[in-house]
Write a protein that binds this ligand. Structure first.
Ligand SMILES: Nc1ncnc2c1ncn2[C@@H]1O[C@H](COP(=O)(O)OP(=O)(O)OP(=O)(O)O)[C@@H](O)[C@H]1O
Length: 634
């Protein structure tokens, strides 16, 4: 075998070193996945060559039968995975096998704790790819040459996975990549025909590229003895080698769907569900979409990988084609194979092609249908919701055309259960609405407990009217786009006039008006005492237990959104709250009878308390404490 020349030793990027160390420890019980990862990469490399050769079939260099080969040598304790795909140049090798280019990697690595099970899960989310070789090997050799480069531009890369790698030049006739794993003592079991074949079938049946293994036959003489020198080796295809999505649905088992998901997504765990569709007619495409069981580590990274694997007439075109699904469905993984695009389509062309918009809208509908179906299984849907719910909440804002469909998929906490688990649908709410109730009520606060204990809920609890309890960062934004469901408007109980519709009868309304007239003087005095701090003072009938609450005008940005914007450095014009007083409360009575000296202090205390109950921050907390202490010691 040719040996490498002009060798050079380089260090791994720090992140790679950390990942290798943690991965080797935590993935020990999953170690067979190394083969899946290497075959996956080899098959991708074949796909890439087929794509590149569309424009230039000289790249095949006379060898257009793309394949992956797996061999072992049990004496030497090695397993070799070889492909005749695109191969790598020296620069490619250094970039791909020495660094990790995913954004958010450093943050991700910080989350790893050294606890085996927990880390295995996290690393699974991250995807380990080529580096998983080091779970079973104490030395890995990669020989590769990029298709189209001269034979002298081959590269050999070697590493023991301990901080550095050696890279040298190699004369290599064949394009493509060969990876030789020198198995660790306790991983020698993998240098076995039967074991390897089983693993290939388990993980790589659905890959279109054939995965071949050698079979050697020796002629026998009349006495049954092997004839020396008569060995003939044939390469047998071990996997099914047809693209899974091309096969008829009823011939594909759940296990095959799951295995294919792992290939497409680089996830270790099973998907929650999938939807496989062949469409003919105006649009012609096959899609196989999956809902993962857990979130990828970069779900909230701006440039995190998302989108489907795109094929045009079975030819792989690109990974992560994000143009076919809206952002709020970025957790969906899968494959799209279409006849409606040309083979030389690029990311730029995708952005302008009108067919893409049509397919996107079809795939969006399919994804939403898939989620609707999933929602029939409450337990699995809850897993989905807990993992991706806050992403789906971006939907009504991003995709007004599907607003009602998305709204049907949303789940909330509510006073119906008073539990932090978001498991109540809007349809459930509507079904439980009281006679005469016309609106769907909700409250937004910084945290679940703040929402649940908000004074604004007092009247609702008293009358048995359900209120949705919202406390995710995105909730107020969501509600600003979701104004209606099933013909009923959604109303923030902490904004504008309280209108309980026909749940309140005429008598109650009259009594309220009377109280308001009775307290006109008090309201005026409080308004004067608080001056610029409030927009208005009113008598309220929202409250039963609390003395006061603050309310915002109906179209004003809510407190939660204001706090988020301000925290993000976005200055907002000041908005003054409306203070509402509970005329039946002892403190309000005390205020009414207070002398001039303590009236102002008490009024301020009521306002400040109402702000605190809302989860708000006081501008001058010390002044509040001083006033309160003054009243307590009086
Ligand atoms: N057999 C191969 N032929 C050509 N390029 C390869 C091969 N194996 C790996 N590579 C290159 O190395 C890169 C890194 O591989 P690695 O398996 O670490 O990550 P990945 O496959 O990109 O992503 P993931 O972490 O999701 O598996 C690949 O993206 C590819 O460019």
């Amino acid at each position: 075998m040719t040996t490498a020349t002009r060798e050079e030793t380089l260090g791994f990027q720090t992140e790679v070193k950390q990942l290798l160390h943690l991965m080797i420890n935590s993935l020990y019980s999953n170690r067979e996945i190394f083969l899946r990862e290497l075959i996956s990469n080899a098959a991708d490399a074949c796909d890439k060559l087929r794509y590149a050769a569309l424009d230039n079939d000289a790249l095949y260099e006379g060898d257009s039968e793309l394949r992956v080969e797996i061999e072992h040598d049990s004496d030497a304790g090695t397993v070799t995975v070889r492909d005749n795909g695109i191969g790598m140049s020296r620069d490619d090798v250094i970039a791909n096998l020495g660094t990790i280019a995913k954004s958010g990697t450093a943050e991700f690595l910080q989350q790893l704790s050294g606890e085996q099970q927990k880390d295995a899960n996290l690393i699974g989310q991250f995807g380990v790819g080529f580096y998983s070789s080091f779970i079973v090997a104490d030395e890995v050799t990669v020989r590769t040459r990029k298709a189209g480069l001269a034979a002298g531009e081959g590269v050999e890369w070697r590493s023991a996975g301990e901080g550095e790698f050696t890279i040298g030049e190699l004369e290599r006739e064949a394009h493509g990549t060969e990876i030789v794993l020198h198995l660790k003592e306790d991983a020698k079991e993998f240098a076995d025909d039967f074991r390897l074949q089983n693993l290939v079938r388990k993980y790589s049946d659905h890959i279109e590229v054939p995965v071949k293994m050698p079979r050697t036959e020796t002629a026998k003489d009349d006495d049954g003895n092997e004839v020396e020198g008569s060995e003939v080796t044939t390469w047998e295809t071990v996997n099914e080698a047809t693209a899974l999505w091309v096969r008829p649905k009823n011939e594909i088992s759940d296990d095959e769907y799951k295995a294919f998901y792992k290939h497409v997504s680089h996830d270790f765990s099973d998907p929650l569900t999938w939807s496989h569709n062949k469409v003919e007619g105006k649009l012609e495409y096959t899609s196989l979409l999956y809902v993962p069981g857990r979130a990828p580590f970069d779900l909230y990274e701006r440039d995190g990988a998302r989108g489907v694997k795109l094929y045009v007439q079975r030819v792989f075109i690109m990974d992560d084609a994000e143009q076919f699904l809206p952002l709020y469905l970025r957790f969906i993984k899968g494959v799209l194979d279409t006849r409606d695009l040309s083979l030389n389509v690029s990311r730029e062309i995708l952005q302008q092609d009108p067919q893409v918009e049509k397919i996107k809208s079809a795939l969006t509908k399919r994804s939403l249908d898939m989620l609707k179906k999933l929602s029939k299984d409450a337990e699995t849907y809850q897993t989905f919701w807990n993992t991706f719910g806050s992403v789906l909440k971006e939907g009504p804002g991003e995709d007004p055309g599907n607003r009602e469909n998305i709204a049907g998929l949303l789940r909330f906490s509510s006073t119906h259960t008073d539990s932090a688990t978001q498991d109540q649908s809007l349809a459930d709410y509507v079904e439980r609405m009281k006679e005469g109730q016309q609106k769907i009520y909700y409250i937004v606060a910084d945290g679940f407990n703040a929402a649940k204990s908000s004074p604004h809920l007092e009247i609702f609890r008293k009358k048995g009217i359900e209120v949705l309890l919202l406390s995710d960062r995105i909730d107020e934004w969501l509600m600003s786009h979701l104004t209606e469901f099933d013909g009923k408007s959604l109303t923030d109980v902490a904004k504008g006039e309280l209108d309980l519709g026909d749940v309140e009868d005429e008598e109650e309304k009259k009594a309220q008006e009377e109280t308001a007239r009775d307290k006109e003087d008090l309201v005026k005095r409080v308004q004067e005492a608080l001056g610029e701090s409030v927009q208005e003072v009113k008598v309220t009938h929202r409250l039963t237990d609390s003395p006061a609450c603050v309310v915002l005008p109906e179209h004003e940005m809510g407190f939660q959104m204001r706090r988020i914007m301000e925290a993000a450095g976005q200055p907002l014009p000041e908005v003054k709250p409306i203070l509402e007083l509970n005329p039946g409360h002892a403190l309000v009575n005390r205020l009414e009878n207070a002398d001039e000296a303590s009236f102002s202090d008490l009024a301020h205390i009521l306002l400040d308390q109402a702000i605190i109950a809302e989860g708000g921050h006081l501008e001058d907390p010390a002044a509040y404490v001083k006033r309160l202490n003054g009243v307590l010691t009086a």
